[in-house]
Design a protein around this ligand. Structure first.
Ligand code: GDP
Ligand code: MG
Length: 375
């Protein structure tokens, strides 16, 4: 709540400022027209003037429009089951990227420079008639950064622990991040194919960190996996689906879409490409979207696994590569679908202006992505 100055009250009440100053003087407050008053004092003065005050929050257009979209409560009857969103977290090199590779049948891990994940990946896969969306991040910094921006896209955290290494410092951090996000935890005890695999030691480490394996009578499912041989991957998916069923994740596909930009690039050849995950509603070609300081109409959408597979619409937790934004939207920022392109532009421009002022004084503007945010 912004303090109300003598001038603000004078203007709002249509009373000369000196009348207000006199009332304040009687209370022993020496005030100029710029003196701020706290709400109690404002109310007192207003009462002396025989008026009531109503404090209104100053709202920007962006606040008003986007908050209203955020606050739409879906009718129970409009809610439908949606695929869960899974994030792999854990110590570097314990196999997050390899597990996801194996699950979707591609090989990204071996092509990564220095074995470190550079990009956020997001895919939706099918297991029987069920879908599961996966997000692989360069590290839990990206997970935390997204949460810091209010984007809680993760439903279930899979903590990946290499069975030969056991619980490491970054595993402990990952566990506390998952706890802070208040999401259910499943453990993938990975690299079970290695001769040095020591599941007892790893599970001891887990229970010391409050994750009691179910085979020891606790409530945390620990699935033994190997991204190398594929062992346990089916069981991992089944476990994820069981946890998901328990939580009954739902969304309303029949409303305007809201989601999160995971990553975006802009170059001369390809234009602006944004990797998005839809949280609720359905995103369609031609929709007017705004995301941070970027806006536009959805020109094309394609599957994040196969860019040749075009999509006309993307429902809850679908992951898409999208074109149509004027500039690259910031990673971790929510996107919204609006009815009015002029309004979308106005919001994006207000945001761009705000961003510029925030960056004022910094040398060398650098586009912030989730990867650079916490570097
Ligand atoms: P991340 O940093 O957690 O994403 O780990 P990566 O997926 O990049 O894996 C790190 C290294 O461990 C790579 O060389 C992988 O080939 C290897 N690796 C991952 N999972 C397994 C596994 O289950 N068994 C074996 N033997 N190696 C694995
Ligand atoms: Mg990785």
């Amino acid at each position: 709540q912004l303090p109300c100055t003598v001038r603000d009250l004078s203007e709002a009440a249509g009373v000369p400022a000196r009348d207000i100053q006199r009332i304040l003087m009687e209370e022993g407050v020496m005030a100029t027209i710029n003196t701020p008053m706290d709400p109690e004092l404002t109310e007192f003065v207003a009462a002396e003037l025989g008026m009531d005050v109503d404090f209104l929050q100053p709202e920007t257009l962006e606040d008003k429009v986007l908050r209203r979209l955020d606050e739409i409560e879906d009718d129970e009857k409009d809610l439908q089951d949606r695929p869960p969103v899974i994030t792999f977290l854990g110590h570097v090199d314990h196999g997050k990227t390899s597990l996801l590779d194996k699950l979707i049948g591609i090989d990204v891990a071996s092509g990564e420079s220095g074995g470190i994940t550079q990009h956020i990946r997001a895919y939706q896969i099918e297991k029987g008639d069920k879908k599961i969306s996966f997000v692989d991040t360069p590290g839990h910094e990206a997970f935390t950064a997204m949460r810091a921006r209010g984007a809680n896209v993760t439903d279930i955290a899979v903590i990946v622990v290499a069975a030969d290494d056991g619980v490491m410092p970054q595993t402990e951090e990952a566990i506390s991040h998952a706890r802070a996000a208040d999401v259910p935890i499943v453990v993938a005890l990975n690299k079970m194919d290695l001769p040095g695999a020591d599941p007892m030691k790893a599970m001891t480490g887990l229970s010391q960190n409050g994750l009691q394996p179910s085979e020891w009578g606790g409530d945390v499912e620990v699935v033994k996996t190997s991204a190398a041989t594929g062992e346990g991957l089916d069981e991992l998916l089944d476990t994820i689906l069981t946890v998901a069923e328990l939580h009954e994740y739902k969304a309303n596909p029949n409303r305007s879409a809201i989601g999160v930009c995971l990553e975006a690039t802009q170059d001369a050849d390809q234009g602006v490409q944004a990797k998005m995950i839809v949280e609720t509603g359905t995103l369609r070609i031609g929709d007017i979207v705004v995301c941070g300081d970027a806006y536009g109409r959805v020109r094309s959408m394609s599957n994040t696994l196969d860019k040749h597979q075009k999509m006309d619409e993307a429902g809850p937790t679908a992951t898409v590569n999208l074109t149509g934004f004027d500039v690259a939207p910031p990673a971790g920022e929510r996107f919204y679908v609006l009815d009015d392109v002029a309004q979308a532009r106005e919001i994006a421009e207000a945001r761009a202006h705000q961003t510029r002022s925030e960056f004022l004084g910094q040398t060398g503007y650098q586009h912030v992505t989730l990867e650079t945010l916490f570097d």
